[in-house]
Design a protein around this ligand. Sequence first.
Ligand code: AHG
Ligand code: MN
Ligand code: MN
Length: 323
Amino acid sequence: MKNLLNVLRDDDVETELMQVIETIIDASKEIAFRVRQGALAGVLGSTQDENIQGETQKHLDIISNQLFKDLLLACRPVAALASEEEDTVVEANPTGKYLVAFDPLDGSSNIDINGQIGTIFSIYRALDLIPHHSEMQFHQQGSQQVCAGYVLYGPSTLLAITTGKGTRCFTLDSTQGNFLLTADKIQIVQDTQEFAINMSNSRFWSEDMRCYISDLTLGETGPRQKRYNMRWNAAMVGDVHRVLTRGGIFLYPSDNRNAKQPAKLRLLYEANPMAMLTENAGGRAWSEQQRILEIQPQQLHERVAVILGSANEVDECLSYLQR
Ligand code: AHG
Ligand code: MN
Ligand code: MN
């Protein structure tokens, strides 16, 4: 089986970008080890602190963020970092060519229940005409990402990654410490009978979104004429991994719970990388009115609605929203 670095070399990924990816991989291997150790490594439980988004930080959120920060700041080609757990941009090397945005620990509510959790990352080229640590560096559309991926800390540790030449999956061989290619050029099936959404929020959705989901639940005799099943991991990494593996549609729609926060998932380090992985696997990734990768970011931690997965099902959903 080919290992990650050989695959990236075959794709002619430039050396400095390889260094950034290797650094991300090293940090995630360290997190994977601690996740496996669980309570023995002191990674369970919450701190007394909140991040800038008003969410209570878990110990593992902090540990993962610190590991990523320490390793990426020591990686020469990195110019600046943006993290879910950092209020503002973190300055790295002024001569670095790359920017990294990341969600160090996705699915935090699953940490203490031994459920699926992961790390999501996105890499951009730093812009020449802007100071290297300016927030404006990160106001690039998702279509400008040069690499996107996630590491899923599940029963096995998996890396899904794309540099724009297809989406691949690698499994961590813990005997050697290498990520080995286990799914090449993934193609998400175009049709599906599986959806993922947090149904408990339905009263806050738009009427059109409620109608779409309701039609999915009506089965063979409903307008969609097939029986759908529902799954919800409460960790985007787990849900998106299922979509890449066997198809499906994943939704976190906008809602009217809180006027200041009309959506939950963050554009820079959740929606954009997952959209790049999905599109590179032949799926679709939209934010209700717009392709996610075409959204012009306005803020570091901005949130967007997410609808992604099997192409025909995403189109069907969008047709309800465009009625
Ligand atoms: P994070 O743990 O990084 O804050 O992200 C959690 C996100 C995402 O992974 C998941 O899809 C969603 O929040 C779960 O939301 P619910 O609490 O509504 O299930
Ligand atoms: Mn997250
Ligand atoms: Mn997180």
